[in-house]
Design a protein around this ligand. Sequence first.
Ligand code: SAM
Length: 338
Amino acid sequence: MKQQTEHLQVLKDQFGRKHDYLRISLIEKCNLRCKYCMPEEGIPLTPSKFLMNAEEIESLTRTFVGLGVKKIRLTGGEPLLRKDFEDILSRLSQFEVDLSITTNGILADRFLPVFKKHGLKKVNFSLDTLKEERFKEITRRSGYQKTLDNLDLFIREGFEVKLNIVLMKGLNDDEVVDFVRFTKDLPISARFIEFMPFDGNKWDRSKMVSEQEVLAEVGAAFGSENLVSLPDEQNLTARKFQIKGFLGDFGVISSVTNPFCGTCNRIRLTANGKIKNCLFSNRETDLLTALRAGEDVENLILESIFHKKAVRAGMDNLEKLSDPDLHSDNRSMIAIGG
Ligand code: SAM
C-alpha cells in the first residue's frame, strides 16, 4: 500500500520554481575511479556513523514527500554498493513517487529481481565509451563487458534505460557519432553530458565538448535533414533529438554552456544527510544532525530551497564558472551524488 501524504507546503524558491525531484546519494564509495568524477588520490570518506542509515533515509524522504516531492533518484557514489540497498529501496517504495536510479551498471544484474520487486523501472547507466581499453583509461578499472551486458539485460527486461556519457576532448569526443549510432536499434535515450567542474577533477573549459559541437558533428554524420528535434519535456535537463528511423534518441545535458536553471526542480541529499539546493553550490544544510537531535527538519528544507540562486549557485556566466575560487569549496561529484 503506497503512502499518500497531504502537501501542506510546497517547496518553492524565491523565484517561484517548484521543487519536486529529490536525488538521494546513498554512499560515497564507488567501484570505479572515473577521471572526471573522482580525484586520482581518492576522497576522504565520511565515517559510516555520519552517513544516513536506512531508517533515516526513510524518515527524511517522508518529510520531502510531505513537502511535495514526487520523483526520487538514487545515486552515489555507486548506490548498488550499499549493503542495505534492498532495505532502503523497500522503505522508499511505500511512497507515491516515481523511483529511478543512476548506476555504473557493473552490479546491476544482481539487483534486477530487487528492482522488479520494489517497482523501480527507470535505470540510468553511465558509460562513457564503447571501447574496452578506453573504459579502463577513463574509469581506472575494468568492467566494460559487464556494463554492456547489463545494459542489454535491462533493455531486454523492459526497463526504461538511459545512457549517461560525459564527453571530454581528447578522451572520448571521437565517439559521439558511435553513441548516436548505438541508439539505432535500441530503445534507449543517450545523453551527452558536458564535463562540469568539481573539486579535484582538473576541469578546464578547453576539455569540454559543448552542445553545439555535438549537434554539428551528428548533423554532419547523419545529414542535418535527418536530425529531428523532439518536443521538450517538463523540467527538462536535456534537449532531445533523434535520427529519423532510429529506435532510440539522444540529448545533450548542457549544464555549462546552456543551463536549464529556469525550470530546475531538483534537490540533492548527500549520503551524509546534507541538502544541496544546486549541484554547483558549496552551501549545504545539515539535515541529518538536526534529525538526530530531534529538531525541525522541514523548516531547514524550506529555507534551503527558498534561498536557491537563479543560476548555477550564482555562477551565471562561464567566466564565473571557470574561476576556481568560486567553485573550489564544492565537493567532488562522487561525494555529491550526480
Ligand atoms: N556511480 C553511479 C554512476 O556511475 O552512474 C552514480 C554516481 S555518478 C557521480 C552520477 C553521474 O554523474 C554519472 O553519470 C557521471 O557520469 C556524472 N558525472 C560525474 N562527474 C561529472 C562531471 N565532472 N561532469 C559531468 N558529469 C559528471
